[in-house]
Every structure is written in C-alpha cells, then in structure tokens.
Design a binder for this molecule. Sequence first.
Ligand code: 8YV
Length: 312
Amino acid sequence: MSKVIAIGNYSEADLAKLKETFDPVFLAETTEIGSLDEAARAGITAAAFKGHKPFGAEAMDLLPNLGVIANFGVGYDSINVAAASERGIKVTNTPDVLNDDVADLAVAMLLMCGREMEHASKWARSGSWAEKGEYRLNRKVSGGRAGILGLGRIGRDIAERLVPFKMDLHYWSRSEKETPGWTYHSTPEALAAAVDYLIVATVGGKATEKIVSKEVLEALGPRGILVNISRGSTVDEDALIDALKSGGIYGAGLDVFVNEPRIDPRFYELDNVVIQPHQGSGTVETRAAMGQLQRDNLSAFLAGNDLLTPVN
Ligand code: 8YV
C-alpha cells in the first residue's frame, strides 16, 4: 500500500520523480480524497500538495495516519496549518529556491508599468507609428521611491535588486528589520504615502487580506504604481479597479488575483495594468528546485529525519 498521496497538477518531470521515489497515489484536488477506500486512506502517512485550492481539516480527517503535508510553494495559505498542528500533522514548504525568479518578475513588472512597455508595444504593432508620431512620455523608474510591503526573504531580494536602480527604499513589515538604511513605516498607508512604487511581497491568508485597501491606494496616489507578486487576497480588487479606471493610481503589475485563474474580467479592459498568470516561480530551473525540496521533505519525514523546511 502506498504511503504517499500526491495532490495537485505536477509537471511531467515531477510526476516521474514522484513515481520513482514514492509510488504515490495521484489526485487532482483534496476534494477527491474521499473517493479512496478506507484502507487506502489509512495507509497514507505523507502528502505532497500543490495548488491554491484549500487543504482543510475535513480533508485531513479523511487521512487518519497523515503525518506530513509537503507543500509545493513557499506560500502555504491554502493549507489550514492550525488544523494540521492540532492533528499532529507537520507542514513543509519550499522557501528561498524561488526568490530570484519572483524578485525578477517583480522588477520586470515595475519597469513594464513605469515605461508602459505593453501599451507601447501594442501601439508600435498597430503599424501606424509613422502617422502617430512619437510615443507618449511615461514614467522614470530609476531614482524613484519604492516601498516593499512585507520585507521577508522575497521582499528583501526585490529591494536589493532596486539598489542598482538608485531607488530610495522604504518598507513596511510587522516589525522593524535590520536593513542598510531603508526607511521603516509602521503602517501600509504610511508606506504608500511615502512612495511612488509599491511592491507587495507579504504572505497571503487572513492576516493580510485586503491589506492594500482603498485607503492605501489613495495614499499611493496618481503617480503610484502597484506591483503584486504575493497573493491576490492582499489587495482590495474592487478598489484597485476603481483606482486604475479613474487615474487614482498610474498603473499596476499583477501576477496574482483573487479568483485566479478566473480573474475579474474588468482587468482585461484596462491598458494600465500588466497581467501575469501567476508565474512568479515559473521557470524550468526553479520549479525543478521546488519539486526537489518538496520530495526531500517527504523523504526526510518517511525516514524519520528532521524536516528541511518546516512551517509548524
Ligand atoms: C506556486 C506560489 O506554488 O510558491 C508560492 O507560494 O505561489 C507558487 O510558486 C506555484 O504556482 C505552484 O502552485
């Protein structure tokens, strides 16, 4: 009987490695756990989990001998960690290996928004550049004031990338951190008021829900550009769409959305928003490293060794 259940949509490479290492049972979602018979469920001691649908208490209770949930991703807001802890289930994630890619995408979206690259590209592709004359002037990014909302490992990597762009760096975090002189703000509103470029790099979940509120967007103001590489839940999307429509802010670069992959269609009509399909960590190299770390956590658990990247 297999001890590992692999839930989610895995790449060919990860499927092969999972099979090679564990002989797992594959399911698309946690809602399918109930389709396994009782004996099969009782035999499972470890779960590989990938995706953004909930892994809640009910699903955990269907696996009475589950000891670990190894998440494919740094963000584990889909997993009810409190419920896991209550049941003695360990949770692991895949931090650090994806920092570079996510930070790269954040900087790319910042440049795309400031320099209106997507809009300018469409404009040039229209074939009427000669008739229309020069493209409209846009926004200087280098030397600007940038704020990082959430100075964790990814936030710090983003800030460090902005140093060579000569940016004046500000941040908000739950507590003040040691930095090379970056300015701390005690509220997201104060941070937004101090900068033109606001980059959201905080964790998802209840504690940060709509932390980018209407008030924060107003504080960011008409010169402001919002970049979000964290979770869609951190932004009040209605307020954001209003601000983008009315010129309340200049633009937004978004990799994550509230109802992804079925995002609010009002975003499609806005030419001051850059839309990315939650691909922050989506390179061949990084996804391979994430898969490896997930499997290494499962192997460590099954061998009775210390987990590599425990969450609880
Ligand atoms: C996803 C992510 O894990 O790491 C995270 O928190 O959001 C992503 O890297 C990835 O899309 C697989 O679901």
